[in-house]
Write a protein that binds this ligand. Structure first.
Ligand SMILES: NC(=O)c1ccc[n+]([C@@H]2O[C@H](COP(=O)([O-])OP(=O)(O)OC[C@H]3O[C@@H](n4cnc5c(N)ncnc54)[C@H](O)[C@@H]3O)[C@@H](O)[C@H]2O)c1
Length: 370
């Protein structure tokens, strides 16, 4: 493959993140084909043209189907709200394109299963935007666990909190629509689920409670019912035997981008927080008891692929760098290399866990995953 033609649907928060990743993947990694930014589509031709010029895309249209039909596009980045993912992804796959779709796959399990079936039928690569698992420090935690450094893991706790909906006066937005899913469990809990799958493997059963702190939100014309749940607490049992919980909130004042992971094992503990994404805290029982305590490990070139970005330790990667690593993993998958990108066949495990959480909440009981 000499070059990759990119189509980008959506140019908001994630659209810009994908555009930056496509722009930087070659300068950062070097070992990838030339990237051609071919076509950008958004809700109107004017917005699409303006964003195409800003992000460096050649063509622009107000109709995403024109982008999917563009013969110069090889990979379609889908960064629109969740309710569009099914139609956009299945149409792109049927047109012979590879797909990089933002998380979650879809607002409900039935749609996600259709997306998986479309990917399998097409034979094309289809991956999801689970960027947090791409952090070199998360990869290092994975290695620490695989090497048995903290022994058998018995308890896993993950909290994901932000405060962008904490203000009761904040207006209604698309994330409050049922058409885009359940709320905190498919907007947020999917990220902890992707980390759990990466670090510990599948979940066996869940027990979920959800709540809606502010049942109505302001609109320009008045107010509208909030159709989703902004926070959730989930007890879980992993297939590896460990117990634990996930807690997620979009209304947690002061929390800006927290994904706090605590892992407790027979021989030690590991702590991580996305708000300090270049650090891991490690506690090992080895050594003198008088010197026991957590040590801080800072990200450095020996935590690959940090070295591709910066030759000096402790300078730190950022959120957008994770998107660039994810983009490199996607390209690897297209080339048939071993890849840590989350394919639709992994994403469906996340969707099944979300569906089990929703059923658990509705039925007030533990739900075992298939
Ligand atoms: N991976 C992550 O960490 C992460 C973070 C935030 C959001 N997301 C996901 O990214 C997706 C988008 O979220 P966002 O925060 O970027 O939203 P956003 O509102 O910032 O951007 C959405 C974009 O889609 C465009 N759009 C809407 N309807 C369209 C249509 N019919 N045709 C073409 N374009 C259309 C909008 O104009 C806008 O440019 C969601 O699925 C969300 O869950 C992922």
């Amino acid at each position: 493959m000499k070059s990759i033609g990119v189509g980008l649907i959506g140019s908001g928060f994630m659209g810009k993140s994908h555009a930056l990743a496509w722009n930087s993947v070659k300068p950062v990694f070097g070992d990838v084909p030339d990237i051609r930014l071919v076509h950008l589509a958004d809700a109107t031709p004017e917005l699409a043209r303006a964003k195409a010029d800003e992000f460096g895309f050649e063509g622009a249209s107000g109709d995403w189907r024109a982008l999917v039909a563009d013969p110069d596009v090889d990979v379609v980045s889908i960064t629109t709200p969740n309710k569009f993912h099914l139609e956009m992804a299945t149409t792109a796959l049927a047109a012979g394109k590879h797909v990089w779709c933002e998380k979650p796959m879809a607002p409900n399990l039935a749609d996600a299963e259709k997306m998986l079936a479309a990917a399998e039928a097409s034979g094309n690569v289809a991956v999801l935007g689970y960027n947090y698992i791409q952090n070199p420090m998360i990869r290092h935690i994975r290695k620490l666990l695989a090497d048995g450094r903290i022994g058998t893991v018995n308890h896993v706790r993950i909290e994901m909190d932000e405060d962008f909906m904490a203000d009761p006066e904040a207006p209604f937005q698309q994330r409050h629509e049922k058409a885009n899913g359940w709320g905190a469990i498919d907007d947020f809990a999917v990220h902890p689920l992707s980390l759990i799958l990466t670090l510990f493997g599948p979940i066996e059963r869940v027990m979920c409670d959800m709540s809606k702190p502010y049942p109505t939100r302001k609109t320009p014309d008045g107010e509208r019912d909030v159709e989703v749940y902004d926070l959730a607490t989930i007890l879980m049992r992993l297939k590896n035997g460990a117990s634990g919980f996930i807690a997620v909130s979009r209304t947690a004042w002061g929390r800006k981008g927290r994904i706090a992971i605590q892992v407790f094992g027979a021989k030690g503990s590991i702590l991580y927080d996305q708000e300090r994404m270049n650090e891991v805290q490690l506690y090992l029982t080895e050594g003198e008891p008088t010197e026991a305590g957590f040590r801080t490990i800072l990200s450095a070139p020996h935590h690959a692929p940090y070295d591709r970005f910066i030759p000096a330790p402790g300078h730190g990667l950022g959120f957008l760098d994770l998107k660039t690593i994810e983009c490199r993993q996607l390209i690897g998958r297209i080339r048939g290399e071993e890849s840590l990108a989350t394919g639709f066949e992994q994403g469906i495990l996340i969707e099944r866990a979300v569906d089990a959480m929703a059923r658990s909440f509705q039925e007030g009981r533990w739900v075992t995953l298939a």
